[in-house]
Write a protein that binds this ligand. Sequence first.
Ligand SMILES: C[S@@+](CC[C@H](N)C(=O)[O-])C[C@H]1O[C@@H](n2cnc3c(N)ncnc32)[C@H](O)[C@@H]1O
Length: 309
Amino acid sequence: MKSAKVKPFLKWAGGKSQLLEQLQHYLPTTLKKGNIKTYVEPFLGGGSVFFALSQQFKFEKVYLSDINKDLVLTYQVVQQHLEALLELLTTYQTTYNQTPQAERNKLYLSVRELFNQQRFGINYNEIGEKEIERASHFIFLNKTCFNGLFRLNAKGGFNVPYGKYKKASILDEANLRAVSRSLQNVEIVHGDYSACLDKVDAQSFVYFDPPYRPISSTANFTTYTGKKFGDEEQTQLAQFFRSLDKDKGAMLMLSNSDPTHENPQDTFFQEIYEGYKFMKVSAGRAINCDGKKRGKITELLILNYNYGL
Ligand SMILES: C[S@@+](CC[C@H](N)C(=O)[O-])C[C@H]1O[C@@H](n2cnc3c(N)ncnc32)[C@H](O)[C@@H]1O
């Protein structure tokens, strides 16, 4: 996973790039022995785990999905309409570079406005010119908005402010070409994680990276698309995990926050994933902005299999 040639083409909250080396350690033995045929990642986001694994292992089938329909559309455009997308991104990169700093906020807001206005005319089932343009807007906004956040208001409008970057890498052609290659023969689907049920069998490895459970009362980032992912949803996901384990016999890995870091009595995950293996990985992030409490935060990895060789 270290010498990655393909890397995520989007900035995405909860990106796993920093955790890859540790995740590597906990991959299933069967995967390392070449006995896994299908890879499934139903909370795709920036896809860092898929991109890393796709360079290391040959899968017969790959199924990627996410509930964010514009994210999924953008992946599909990169997969199927790369040349047209590169052309649009080249124009955006040139325009951004040539726009004086003081006027870039205006440029950003004009693209955001277009993105929001055009949302009603998009056909998410059939990609044409409008959809390719939308993917270019999505990448432009992702690279120039504040922290690469994706946030929608109650009406479904994208409302993240400009990120004030001196330089923005809107067009990374070499990486987009590599990404597009790695997405060939991959099924990329918009929808809820539970739709992967039919794709999973005993020769599948599934990596779940759901929105994290907030670790403190002050952190409440559980929504990416306006839909809540609270304790009830975490519990339903654990039931789904259990059914894939029991009924399908698949290899399952799941990431989440570690509440015991702040509150040792908080055994929420130990309860809903009772009977599975719990690993702690160091996320390399500061625990919160309070200087006194700063320290490396740990995250949970929950497994239903034996790891290592
Ligand atoms: C923590 S992020 C994944 C980060 C990703 N592993 C990466 O490296 O960038 C969680 C993702 O789950 C998606 N999501 C939220 N609820 C979902 C659901 N019910 N079904 C499928 N995807 C969902 C969000 O849109 C978001 O992209």
